[in-house]
Design a protein around this ligand. Structure first.
Ligand code: NAD
Ligand code: MG
Length: 341
């Protein structure tokens, strides 16, 4: 994969141009603030007098309703939740989109599954930062950036890639490194990662480990520390130096025990399930199921969230984490809006 750096990107692509950031949540807020600090003319497009409207104003940014923001914009950034993008696009974005503008995404879902079909006269690009919004903002203010992925789906102006690279630069990402991929590859690998390993696989692994210890009569607090709290320490090591560093840092006993037991925990059956999960992502089965759930008012998702909150692991964890709370260092961490499901 080719990796782009600062010298490959130029913020001059935004001279005399307006970038509309639609949505002011995790990504919208972080990206709009970083672009503004990078000298890009940013307008935030949100619902009039909503919470995001107020937040963006307080942060000192220009704010407009979505149709107004889109009408002025040379780059329109769809930083709304993936599930609401199709209807907001149809009603508020498409009728106001300038000919030759660039339509930008931070995830390929809507385009890959054709929930949004842009007109032929606009560029369609992606700049997907590899991190949650708050981390992007913190790392940017420290003078660096998180790595990012760029993709071009439709290039009408001949400038689509330069705009995507410019956005990555505006976020500081070219200081770290920017990879190029395609909308489909980004969508499929992103969904697979979150479903099978990061969000799905990991929570189930922790949950089962906790249950095993508690059912065997060990105190829930101890179970919490051993299977949840310490996950971060291990993941940080793997993130920093791969398996190699982690195995070197943990005890020889942990290394021997881990290597000889792991395949009994995550089995060939788990791998077969992963293969199937990937298929369902690629053939649209997951997309169809998720769209139906959204259109049904997210009732199943809300039910599962309710169940999850009742887990003993979650109840115990809440109490234990209070013991570890430190006051956020002033000015470093900002108050971030909670996600809205
Ligand atoms: P979010 O849920 O944090 O923020 C959504 C914003 O959209 C909020 O300002 C909300 O008020 C607004 N909004 C919600 N419904 C709306 C509606 N019907 N009309 C108008 N505005 C509405 O979203 P996010 O997590 O920042 O995700 C935005 C995009 O970035 C998605 O495509 C996502 O896949 C992608 N992405 C997110 C992350 C992440 O870590 N959160 C990382 C990479 C990419
Ligand atoms: Mg991802």
């Amino acid at each position: 994969m080719k990796i782009y750096h600062d010298k490959d990107a130029d913020l001059k692509v935004f001279d005399g141009k307006i970038v509309a950031v639609l949505g002011y949540g995790s990504q919208g807020r972080a990206q709009a603030l970083c672009f503004h600090d990078s000298g890009i003319d940013v307008v935030v497009g949100v619902r009039k007098n909503g919470k995001s409207w107020k937040n963006a104003k307080e942060d000192g940014l220009k704010v407009a309703e979505i149709p107004d923001a889109v009408r002025q914009a040379d780059v329109v950034m769809m930083l709304l939740p993936d599930e609401v993008q199709p209807e907001v696009y149809k009603e508020l974005v498409e009728p106001n989109l300038k000919e030759g503008a660039a339509l930008e995404f931070a995830h390929g879902f809507a385009i890959t599954y054709k929930l949004i079909v842009p007109p032929s006269g606009v560029d369609v690009i992606m700049m997907a930062p590899k991190g949650p919004g708050d981390m992007e903002r913190i790392i940017f203010t420290e003078g660096f950036g998180v790595p990012a992925l760029i993709c071009v789906y439709q290039d009408v102006t001949g400038n689509a890639k330069n705009i995507a690279l410019g956005l990555a630069k505006g976020l500081g990402s070219t200081r770290a490194g920017v990879f190029e991929s395609t909308f489909a590859n980004e969508t499929f690998t992103d969904l697979f990662g979150e479903q099978s390993v990061l969000c799905g696989g990991q929570t189930e692994l922790i949950k089962r480990g906790f249950e095993t210890l508690v059912e065997a009569g060990y105190p829930p607090e101890m179970a919490y520390f051993e299977v949840l709290h310490e996950t971060k320490l291990i993941v940080d090591l793997i993130n920093k130096g791969g398996f190699d560093l982690m195995w070197n840092v943990v005890s020889n006993t942990a290394e021997y025990g881990g290597m000889t037991r792991r395949e009994r925990v995550v089995t060939q059956q788990s791998k077969d399930a992963m293969v199937q999960i990937l298929k369902e992502i690629e053939d649209g089965t997951f997309k169809t199921q998720w769209r139906a759930e959204y259109e049904n008012g997210l009732t199943e998702l809300k039910r599962m969230e309710e169940e999850e909150r009742k887990l003993q692991l979650e109840v115990v964890g809440k109490e234990i984490r209070k013991l570890f709370e430190r006051k956020a260092r002033a000015g470093r961490l900002m108050a971030w809006p909670r996600r809205s499901t």
